[in-house]
Design a protein around this ligand. Structure first.
Ligand code: ZN
Length: 320
């Protein structure tokens, strides 16, 4: 009996050591590695969230500060995210790592989008916010969840603005998420997450800087098709890679590289508090070279966003 217990103990000791060693390896790899997160959601603070509701008496600010701590821990030097006009303004003001903009369109029925007075922002105001650099982002698109065709004519003046200021647009290019709140999204139509529906938009505005979100998702072939047609279209890996079984999505990521498009894959987290988890997902793709992993974490997004040498140097300094 004693022997058996020692064997079990030894086994767990080995297992723990193995996990610690693996974590050490990632930490070593991430040393001095800046990371760009191209998929966060800007929202109000939730008073019942125990992660941050004690940080600051103002619950909205508490959430921003808590996010900032997660950025510090994970070497996030820049983050793209959308939300209501109110919070998109506030987040970028309080933490300069945020490149913010309006959720597109915002959904008046969805709590996450509060306050959403108008589905589409006032054009004149948006123009000046892009122009003076307050806003540097448009998205995430909610065409699928609101049941609106991506090429709906109402969006034309917004595409025009985004093209003019070269604003990155995050397009939700997947069918999910599969846990839906029917009261918030009664008109859900997953077909509207298909990036091929963007083709008429791109024909009209061929310089639009769009990136396709949730790459290894349902529309992975369509993503490849659009990316082959337009060299400025990038994609990111989130959500599907975290929730779906690896054997389902990994071959799709391999395919992206086989098609010669791996240098346009970017890092994102999407779900609050999952940055480290998403970092590990990339790190554990053992067929990627060290350089390719670093490209996903930072270099591909730096290229997509046309970051200057000064900005890139500053980002590396931030994580020294
Ligand atoms: Zn999404």
């Amino acid at each position: 009996m004693k022997n058996r217990n020692s064997i079990i103990l030894l086994y767990f000791l080995l297992l723990t050591t193995k996990t610690i060693l693996a974590q050490d390896k990632i930490d070593q790899f991430l040393k001095n590695q800046p990371i760009i997160d191209v998929h966060i959601h800007i929202t109000k603070g939730y008073a019942d969230n125990e992660d941050y509701n004690k940080i600051n008496a103002d619950i909205d600010i508490a959430k921003i500060e808590w996010m900032g701590q997660r950025f510090d821990e994970n070497n996030i030097v820049l983050a793209l995210g959308g939300g209501s006009m109110k919070y998109a303004k506030l987040w970028q003001e309080l933490d300069k790592r945020h490149r913010s903009g309006p959720r597109f369109p915002c959904n008046p029925l969805r709590e996450q989008d509060e306050p959403c007075e108008n589905e589409l922002p006032n054009l004149k105001e948006l123009d000046s916010l892009f122009k003076n650099g307050t806003f540097k982002y448009l998205g995430e698109t909610s065409f699928h969840s609101m049941g609106i065709h991506p090429a709906d004519e109402r969006f034309n003046p917004y595409w025009e603005l985004a093209e003019k200021y070269q604003i990155p647009i995050g397009f939700h290019a997947d069918a999910g998420p599969f846990q839906r709140n029917m009261e918030e999204t009664p008109n859900w139509n997953e077909e509207y997450g298909n990036p091929l529906l963007l083709l008429p938009v791109l024909e009209k505005y061929p310089k639009l800087k769009i990136y396709l979100m949730h790459y290894p998702g349902r529309y992975f072939n369509e993503c490849i098709e659009v990316m082959k047609k337009y060299e400025q279209i990038y994609c990111e890996i989130t959500a599907v890679s975290m929730f779906a079984p690896k054997e389902k999505w990994e071959p799709r990521v391999k395919k992206l590289y086989e098609e010669g498009l791996g240098d346009r894959l970017m890092f994102g987290s999407d779900y609050v508090g999952t940055i480290r988890k998403n970092i590990e997902i990339i790190y554990n793709l053992d067929w990627l070279s060290e350089e390719q992993k670093r490209d996903v974490y930072y270099n591909n997004a730096a290229k997509f966003l046309n970051l200057t040498e000064t900005e890139i140097t500053r980002h590396h300094k931030m994580v020294e």
